[in-house]
Ligand binder design. Structure first.
Ligand SMILES: NC(=O)c1ccc[n+]([C@@H]2O[C@H](COP(=O)([O-])OP(=O)(O)OC[C@H]3O[C@@H](n4cnc5c(N)ncnc54)[C@H](O)[C@@H]3O)[C@@H](O)[C@H]2O)c1
Length: 297
């Protein structure tokens, strides 16, 4: 049964990775942009793929019969690109209610494969951090922009929120995948990031949530992999988009890691083994560190 989703009509979203890759007609960013527009929102569509983003935006605007979206080339690893995209979006639509830190790429080998028979004849190599640069740091760039924008704007008069950040993690951030160590690291990194930020911004009319989908038919996944899995393991794209939208509008949810596998959804909660025993001291440590860092008094 379809869930009732929050009202987003008149709201403005900033989406990274909105062009979507080349292997499939749509990825999360494009499907999300279309769905938001169909619900009356406007979207600043950003992507490193300028042509793809502009083409997708033109199609959306033609179907909508108005300029519901703008397309801006922005590499998430370049903070200045993202700020410039925001400035253009603000000039066009006035504000940004939702930031979607969505763009990500797959695994790049970070160090040469383990091979003791040849290792002594090879120089020790600097790690290749490309996956982390885009999939972790790129998303943190978007988040850092989001928080500073939310801080500078009044709450939306309809929803009461300054703004909402939604991060695209992955089920691989919850269940580490040995075949994809850097991708697992990036996707797990944003889970802790989301929880710390949700804790800090929760009383400031800002929410931070995250979706962690299992494999979905988009371009980030080589098509031959999709054929290996049962239908009830692969996520329907519509369900992923529905979950992204479920935390928008007047929804008060904050700090959720929404997992999706096949057609099932559930919340991943913080690991709590031994936590009760240590809670009082841990919370004291958390408070003291935050005070030391000037986050609170
Ligand atoms: N498809 C899946 O199975 C799956 C599952 C879990 C999470 N995800 C995550 O979903 C997010 C969206 O990916 P998708 O599945 O829609 O794939 P996709 O390849 O269709 O979309 C990714 C988009 O990001 C853009 N991009 C890549 N590097 C960029 C950069 N540096 N700056 C700006 N844009 C950049 C690409 O051009 C592309 O449009 C990613 O973070 C991905 O890791 C995907």
């Amino acid at each position: 049964m379809k869930m009732t989703l929050p009202e987003v009509s008149g709201d403005i979203a900033f989406v990274t990775g909105a062009a979507s890759g080349k292997r499939f007609a749509t990825g999360f960013g494009l499907a999300l942009s279309k769905e938001l527009v169909s619900r009356g929102a406007s979207v600043i569509m950003t992507d490193i793929n300028e042509d793809g983003c502009k083409k997708a935006a033109a199609e959306i605007n033609e179907k909508a019969g108005k300029n519901a979206v703008i397309a801006v080339k922005a590499d998430t690893t370049c903070f200045e690109d993202q700020v410039a995209a925001y400035e253009l979006g603000k000039e066009t639509f006035g504000r940004v209610d939702y930031f979607f830190a969505n763009a990500g790429i797959g695994e790049h080998h970070w160090i040469p494969l383990f091979d003791p028979t040849t290792s002594s004849s090879r120089p020790i190599t600097k790690p290749n951090m490309t996956t982390l640069d885009v999939t972790l740091n790129g998303q943190l760039n978007t988040a850092s922009l989001a928080f500073q924008v939310f801080e500078r704007q009044e709450p939306n008069t309809r929803t009461g929120f300054r703004g909402k950040l939604v991060i695209t993690s992955s089920i691989i951030g919850i269940w580490p995948c040995k075949g994809l160590p850097m991708y697992s690291t990036a996707k797990a990194g944003v889970v802790s990031f989301m929880r710390t930020m949700a804790g800090y911004y929760g009383d400031k009319a800002i929410t931070v949530n995250l979706i962690a989908p299992n494999i979905t038919a988009t371009s980030v996944v080589p098509p031959r992999f999709l054929a290996l899995f049962d239908d009830d393991y692969v996520c329907p794209l519509e369900l992923v988009i529905e979950q992204m939208i479920s935390v928008l509008g007047s929804c008060k949810d904050n700090g959720r890691a929404i997992c999706i596998s096949g057609k099932e959804t559930w919340d991943h909660t913080q690991h709590d083994a031994m936590f009760e025993k240590n809670r009082v001291q841990f919370e004291k440590m958390e408070y003291e560190f935050g005070k030391w860092m000037g986050l609170w008094e």
